[in-house]
Design a protein around this ligand. Structure first.
Ligand code: GAL
Length: 416
């Protein structure tokens, strides 16, 4: 055989091997902003390198509410994707429908039980079997700062408590800047609200009120104070906030137009995608009063039962890729989160991520590691939705009193 024929024969052989094991993965997600798209592209690349076809099923909309509506209609019509970005108690609800695949073969082969924190592994399992795989740990209780805007306003350090925060917000206002970049969508209102509750009452109170949904906590003076602080923040947002996407709010910090943003660390992915450096162009700090606590938000994918054997093989490879150290490193470097599995080096991560990793470990020990209610980790979706609506109604309508808002939130917490 001549060289050319040998190369051709090898290429045909390789193609045969790839096509024998190659399949399609259709992946539903809501990662469409700059930083998010860069992150999910890494998973696509990894799957393509294994010879599989990636069918992107992106549904825009921060926080994923629209994606979940679309997912429901696809599953009801009997045509689920291979995998869908879903997290927290919603995983159990999907599994109870009997539509999820058992991923134990890949989980056992790759020792997921050994590399995942038990609390995370438990969220991924239904009746003891893996039906989902996690990609990261996002921290929600962050306050982001624009170095340019803060400098202009004469704010030298990030505020540690609410008094400092409002004093700095006044300085930003006086300098003609927008103190708080906010996107008036109900999941963003809720994100700010849970951070205020954590920063006002601490982790134990947060747990009682927003995880255990204890009526006494929900109607307490601490909840009253939280709602008052939450409403006070609104006065520091701009009139164009209603409806604004979260990444456009982050862009206001990038452009030096606004000082602060309350947002989980996917905002860091946005700063990084714009070529900005932590500590230099932007600041990350635990939100006021929350330095010793951590609201966690673990993104994960659920896997659906599939008929086609090659699609099942591709799905197993997707699950394996998601949990691989190489993917967890590159994905989280882009996404702003930290790896969820052990055995991933933090060397390449920046100081915000290192702080997050340190606080994650410390709060896990101290008991102040709490699930984010705004990001689907704490309570079943129906209750989350009802409380979220009550919180946004209060945010949007200044005529609703704090006392009435408390009653509405407490009633929403009883949603069945
Ligand atoms: C969160 C999700 C993050 C991020 C954010 C904005 O709920 O966990 O990964 O994408 O929404 O869409």
């Amino acid at each position: 055989m001549g060289n050319i024929t040998k190369i051709a024969a090898a290429a045909i052989g390789l193609a045969a091997v790839l096509s024998a094991s190659a399949g399609e993965v259709e992946v539903l997600h809501y990662w469409t902003s700059g930083g998010e798209a860069k992150s999910v592209a890494e998973l696509k690349k990894m799957m393509q390198a294994k010879g599989h076809t990636w069918r992107d099923f992106a549904v825009a909309g921060g926080g994923g509410d629209s994606a979940m509506t679309v997912l429901k209609s696809r599953v009801i019509s009997g045509n689920p994707p291979s995998a869908a970005q879903t997290k927290g108690p919603a995983i159990q609800e999907w599994a109870a429908e009997g539509v999820l695949a058992n991923m134990d073969p890949v989980a056992k082969a790759e020792k997921w039980d050994e590399v995942l924190p038990k609390v995370v592994g438990d969220i991924m399992k239904y009746k003891g079997s893996y039906v989902a795989a996690p990609v990261n740990v996002h921290r929600v209780n962050w306050l982001w700062g624009s170095s340019e805007a803060l400098k202009k306003a004469g704010v030298a350090t990030m505020p540690k408590n609410w008094d400092e925060f409002f004093a700095d917000a006044d300085k930003l206002k006086a300098a003609g800047l927008i103190p708080v970049a906010h996107g008036g969508q109900n999941w963003q209102d809720f994100t700010t609200f849970e951070t205020v509750v954590l920063g006002t009452g601490g982790a134990k109170f947060y747990q009682d009120a927003l995880v255990r949904l204890d009526n006494k906590a929900l109607t307490s003076d601490t909840m009253k104070k939280s709602l008052e602080t939450f409403r006070r923040i609104k006065a520091y947002t701009d009139p164009s906030a209603p409806g604004r996407d979260w990444n456009l709010a982050t862009a206001m910090l990038i452009q030096g137009k606004a000082g602060f943003q309350f947002m989980g660390d996917w905002a860091k992915g946005e700063f990084l995608a714009a070529g900005k450096q932590p500590g230099k162009d932007f600041q990350c700090a635990a939100a006021p009063g929350t330095a010793n606590a951590f609201t966690f938000n673990v993104d994960s994918f659920i896997f659906f039962k599939l008929k086609d054997a090659s699609a099942r093989k591709a799905q197993a490879d997707l699950a394996g890729s998601i949990m691989s150290p190489a993917f967890q490193e590159v994905f989280n470097l882009n996404k702003g989160s930290i790896p969820v599995r052990s055995g991933v080096s933090m060397d390449k991560f920046d100081d915000c991520a290192k702080l997050s990793a340190k606080d994650f470990a410390e709060t896990a020990k101290s008991g102040s590691l709490v699930p984010s209610i705004a990001h689907g980790m704490a309570v079943p979706p129906a209750i989350e939705g009802a409380i979220k609506d009550a919180v946004s109604q209060f945010w949007n309508d200044d005529k609703i009193t704090v006392a009435d808002a408390m009653k509405q939130i407490a009633a929403a917490a009883k949603t069945k």
